[in-house]
Design a protein around this ligand. Structure first.
Ligand SMILES: Cc1cc2nc3c(=O)[nH]c(=O)nc-3n(C[C@H](O)[C@H](O)[C@H](O)COP(=O)(O)OP(=O)(O)OC[C@H]3O[C@@H](n4cnc5c(N)ncnc54)[C@H](O)[C@@H]3O)c2cc1C
Length: 383
């Protein structure tokens, strides 16, 4: 077995790096990924459009949908390189990783024709309207209501923690269309134009990110039935496969490694001896966590290649190590730099934010453990 990158994949990585170097806004950081200003939103669009033009946005998509049927490993290379650079795609990684693929698998020909080309061209921002005030880990408890009215649905309700809602033209929204059946049976997926009357986006001020997360309020929002993905009340099955895709291949370990490298370099500049016996062990352990996260990430990608739409336990295993890996790097930064680790804007300071949110976003750590228990250990559902 050869675990090295193939020659084609290495060539692809070099070409992608070259393209990114030519098109990235100078000085881009992971903070800019949250797109706090209109200039950041514009920079994301310009960057993604340039990448799309040169074939680096969706190469792993089928040729029929604007890709070139490239190996899914190229998708991972894209994630590694963009994460190393502070994810200059902003929220568009969602488009290419799971919103586009969900449309290919479950959308109509008309929906595919409308939405896939703008994604491959990097022209559109989407957001993910799943979580609600009483439906996070227990997502199937969602209550945002869509009532059928002729050729439309009328949507009323609230979503919360929606990343990138301020920059999104479209929302991939989960709604309840039948409140009288089992909670997993009455859920439907709608694509909602964020410019529709009755959609209100309110930022949630928070210590983690600037302008990233929001509440979305829907008041009598009219959504054409033609914007429904899949059958009415059958959205949950689609959601399960989407959630597994959402969790796979996000190369957060690459960024954590860069933070560690930067912190060790900062320590040298500050005259801190990182070869000190205690620190050596702390630093070594943190690097080992990153490498373990990398390996599990690759294992999860291989599982996805084998079974793209099945229940994929290794996605949860990979995801479950990401949060602790981020925390381990955060801990190491604090041990290495002491108080200096909290210097505003430093890589180490930023890692506190990344580490904290990584334990919650895309499914809380404890819930991943619960999924592993059920899917790999065959234990009963906790609720
Ligand atoms: C930075 C960030 C960005 C996000 N972006 C989006 C987005 O774009 N779109 C979106 O829809 N959502 C988004 N979310 C929301 C995220 O998906 C939820 O926060 C997450 O699913 C947890 O739900 P909750 O916040 O309601 O917490 P809860 O579900 O209330 O959980 C609270 C605590 O209880 C624990 N817990 C819950 N159930 C169990 C169980 N069965 N076993 C053991 N422990 C349990 C959890 O682990 C957690 O520690 C984002 C969150 C963050 C932090």
């Amino acid at each position: 077995m050869d675990l090295n990158w193939s020659e084609d994949e290495s060539t692809f990585r070099a070409a992608l790096r070259d393209s990114m170097a030519r098109h990235m806004r100078p000085g881009w950081t992971l903070d800019d990924r949250d797109m706090p200003t209109q200039a950041d939103i514009d920079a994301v669009k310009a960057f993604c459009a340039a990448l799309g033009e040169e074939g680096f946005l969706t190469p792993h998509w089928p040729i029929a949908y604007g890709g070139r049927d490239a190996s899914p490993w190229e998708q991972l290379v894209i994630s590694e390189e963009t994460w190393a650079a502070g994810e200059p795609r902003g929220g568009q990684y969602m488009n290419t990783n799971w919103i586009g693929p969900a449309l290919m698998a479950f959308g109509t020909a008309e929906q595919q024709a409308q939405h896939l080309p703008p994604i491959t061209r990097g022209e559109v921002n989407w957001c993910q309207g799943f979580s609600e005030p009483d439906a996070g880990s227990d997502l199937a408890a969602l209550r945002c209501r869509a009532a059928r009215d002729g050729d439309s649905y009328i949507v009323n309700g609230q979503k919360v923690w929606t990343s990138y809602a301020h920059a999104a033209e479209w929302c991939f929204l989960l709604v309840r269309t039948d409140p009288d059946v089992g909670k997993r049976e009455g859920i439907t997926i709608l694509m909602v134009d964020m410019r529709s009357p009755g959609v209100e986006v309110r930022e949630i001020p928070n210590p983690f990110a600037h302008h990233l997360i929001h509440e979305m309020h829907f008041t009598d929002v009219v959504v054409p039935v033609t914007n429904r993905i899949g059958e009415e009340n059958r959205g949950w099955d689609i959601v399960r496969s989407i959630l597994a895709n959402e969790r796979v291949g996000i190369a957060r370990h690459v960024h954590a490694l860069a933070v560690l490298d930067a912190t060790v370099a900062d320590a040298d500049d500050l005259g801190i001896d990182s070869d000190d016996h205690g620190l050596e062990e702390t630093i070594g352990t943190a690097y080992a966590w990153c490498e373990a996260a990398r390996s599990l990430n690759y294992v999860a990608v291989a599982e996805r290649i084998r079974d793209p739409y099945g229940a994929r336990p290794l996605a949860s295993v990979s995801r479950s190590i990401t949060g602790p890996m981020e925390r381990e790097v955060e801990w190491a930064c604090q041990q290495i730099l002491g108080d200096q680790a909290l210097a505003a804007g430093s890589e180490a300071d930023r890692q506190v934010v990344t580490g904290t949110s990584s334990m919650i976003a895309a499914g809380a750590y404890e819930v991943q453990l619960d999924l592993i228990a059920r899917l790999t250990l065959d234990l009963p559902r906790s609720r």
